[in-house]
Write a protein that binds this ligand. Structure first.
Ligand code: KIV
Length: 307
């Protein structure tokens, strides 16, 4: 897409672009990468880093809004954050997460909520659950909105599952996951998130569906990987130990704390602001105000009032 400036911006990634990658990935091509983002700065970082998809996940609840689980965010919350991400006009596909209870009540409510995320700027929506959610998936697809499925550990079912636990460890549960995945893919989902399942189960699922699988805590046999922005950058969620599948690529919470503490020290110690960080008055005005040579700064002779 031409922008009118000398730098042409790359065309945004679409849901069909993502589903169309399956064959190439299975033949040894590069896996897909999705990273969450919730606002303009994080969207710019994920875009500049070259990811294929930005997930505005309902993990928003925990990593940004300070709730204990994902059940607290609403469609309005998601709209607010998707819009902030979309305003950066990123190249990656924006996937908006449908929050808990936004697709469980009726087809009509489901479609309206999915449409609200699209109007905010999402190019696709994600919802949690397997065969149980086929009706919701169909309703959204009927409104021409691409749907990403999400099976395995589905955090919106935290109470029903009895905690954040690896799923599909027993034979029946593993078979059920494969059947869920096949049903979602056959219904028309363009990709599937597999969360917290043994790598063997992820491999079975990945081999059984003709759309890409995006793993989180699902091992290396998926067609792509997703991590939560704050997890990979080293922000802690109070009360939650990082799961073993999180690889931290930075220590941004510690680095930010150190930077802010240095600022606090500088202010208290009189080292901030310096003369260079200050707007100065012209000498003549200082003179007329009787401030010349006073405490107006260590550079009271500055002659450029705009500095
Ligand atoms: O909300 C989220 O961040 C997610 C990912 C963990 C896949 O659903």
């Amino acid at each position: 897409m031409a922008t009118g400036s000398s730098t042409a911006r790359a065309r945004a990634v679409s849901a069909p672009d993502i589903s169309g990658r399956k064959t190439a990935i299975r033949e040894g091509g590069e896996p897909l990468v999705m990273v969450t983002a919730y606002d303009a700065p994080s969207a710019r970082v994920v875009d500049a880093a070259g990811a294929d998809m930005i997930l505005v996940g309902d993990s928003l609840a925990m990593v940004v809004l300070g709730y204990d689980d994902t059940l607290q965010v609403t469609t309005d919350d998601m709209v607010h954050h998707i819009a902030a991400v979309a305003r950066t006009k990123p190249r990656p596909l924006i996937v908006g997460d449908l929050p808990w209870l936004s697709y469980h009540v009726s087809r009509e409510e489901t479609v309206r909520n999915a449409a609200a995320l699209v109007r905010a700027g999402a190019g696709a929506v994600k919802l949690e659950g397997g065969r149980k959610r086929l009706d919701a998936v169909q309703a959204i697809l009927d409104a021409e909105i691409p749907v990403m499925g999400h099976i395995g550990l589905t955090p919106q079912s935290i109470h029903a599952l009895g905690g954040f636990k690896v799923q599909g460890k027993q034979l029946d549960a593993a078979r059920a996951l494969v059947e869920d995945a096949v049903a979602l893919a056959e219904a028309g989902c363009f990709a599937l998130v597999l969360e917290c399942v043994p790598d063997g189960v992820a491999r079975l699922v990945t081999d059984s569906v003709d759309v890409p699988t995006i793993g989180i805590g699902a091992g290396r046999h998926c067609d792509g990987q997703v991590l939560v922005y704050h997890d990979l950058l080293g922000f802690a969620t109070p009360g939650h130990r990082a799961p073993k599948f999180v690889r931290r690529y930075a220590t941004q919470e510690a680095d930010a704390t150190e930077a802010v503490a240095t600022f606090v020290d500088d202010v208290r110690g009189g080292r901030f602001p310096s003369s260079d960080e200050t707007y100065h008055m012209a000498d003549q005005m200082l003179d007329e105000l009787g401030l010349y040579g006073s405490s107006s700064g260590d550079d009271a002779t500055a002659s450029n009032a705009t500095r």
